[in-house]
Design a protein around this ligand. Structure first.
Ligand code: TXA
Ligand code: MG
Length: 327
């Protein structure tokens, strides 16, 4: 890295730690998506996150920690399965939902008896968390219901004037939000799919249930229309997409797995799930800005490796009111 860029990063990290101590909200890179971070023990600072996002106050936020040894300070009980998952996947794109410790703010938990904890692996997030020392409450750095940011410029586009610092840690390596696993004494349940798959979780703890139960706590990412761009998003089978003429596709933008026909506007994200996930939110943002009538997304294969991507695509499509193909 050229010295000027390194020096700028060092200055941003120092400013971020300073701002967290001052009770301000910062833009923080993680390996999944960028977060809006604030001191999780400072009620005014956490309240400011909700104001900025326009998020309902009863939606809980994840507390980010520098390492797993801090888990016991935030959870009043850590079942062995949670410890095993932390050992296997932290630092990394996994959030554990555990019973909260008594001091955890209601603002952070949304008034529930549980708290979400995550140790991110991004080296810049690690630096900020280590130097700050405490827990950092951080939802994704997008306005409520919109697409999560995967670069510093996405955060600046949405919140630039309102944040004292957005630390530029480069594009996010994972590109979709962390896998959320609720662990109780009676078992584990995946509340939000992500890069870490149900199979990987099951390999560590022996078994896991997928999907929220009727009485599961509120997960805003589980609202049907989360993650939606403004332009309507429509999922379409690859064959149906390829059957459409260049002319018919002109008003649309296309997110394809394979290549795009000449004259068709859009982005090809490839057929490898991790790379696809990495590029997805930036593609939705870019295409959303082009004033198309809709964004047509080639439906990925119905396979476990595509589960997390398919989940985000379904939500994006639900937001546009077009949850399936045209008849
Ligand atoms: O990858 C990620 O998890 C990113 C980065 C910034 O770490 N964060 C993120 O935060 O996606 P957010 O707030 O956009 O989504 C976190 C989800 C929300 O849907 C929230 O409802 C859920 O986690 N959540 C947080 N605490 C919870 C709890 N105690 N019980 C159930 N769900 C919880
Ligand atoms: Mg979010």
């Amino acid at each position: 890295m050229p010295p000027t860029r390194q020096a700028r990063l060092e200055a941003e990290i120092a400013a971020a730690v300073h701002a967290l101590r001052d009770g301000e909200v910062i833009g923080l890179p993680t390996e999944t998506v960028y977060g809006l971070g604030a001191d999780a023990s400072n009620p005014a600072a956490v309240r400011r996150i909700f104001e900025l996002k326009g998020r309902p106050a009863d939606h809980p936020v994840i507390v980010h920690l520098a390492d797993a040894s801090q888990m016991d300070a935030w959870a009043r009980e850590v079942p062995p399965a949670a410890r095993a998952l932390a050992a296997a996947f932290w630092p990394g794109p996994l959030t554990l939902i555990l019973l909260r410790a008594p001091h955890v703010l209601d603002l952070v938990t949304g008034g529930q008896d549980t708290v979400g904890l995550r140790v991110p692996s991004h080296p810049v997030a690690q630096r900020v968390l280590r130097e700050f020392g405490g827990g950092v409450a951080a939802p994704s750095a997008n306005r409520f219901g919109r697409v999560s940011p995967t670069s510093a410029s996405h955060v600046l586009d949405e919140f630039g004037g309102s944040l004292p610092v957005v630390v530029d840690g480069g594009p996010c390596e994972v590109g979709i939000e962390s896998t959320i696993v609720q662990v109780t004494d009676s078992g584990a349940r995946i509340l939000r799919p992500g890069r870490i798959s149900a199979l990987q979780v099951a390999e560590v703890i022996g078994g896991v249930v997928e999907g929220a139960a009727a009485d599961s706590p509120r997960v805003s990412g589980a609202l049907k229309s989360h993650y939606a761009p403004v332009t309507p998003v429509q999922l379409i089978d690859g064959d149906a997409l390829r059957a459409r003429s260049v002319e018919a596709l002109r008003p649309c933008r296309v997110i394809a797995m394979g290549h795009l026909e000449p004259g068709v506007g859009g982005i090809a994200l490839g057929d490898e799930p991790a790379a696809y996930a990495r590029g997805l939110y930036a593609a939705l943002r870019d295409l959303d800005g082009e004033g198309a009538s809709r964004i047509l997304v080639e439906r990925p294969p119905d396979e476990p490796a595509w589960h997390a991507v398919a989940d985000r695509l379904q939500r994006a499509a639900a937001g546009g009111g077009l949850d399936d193909e045209e008849p």
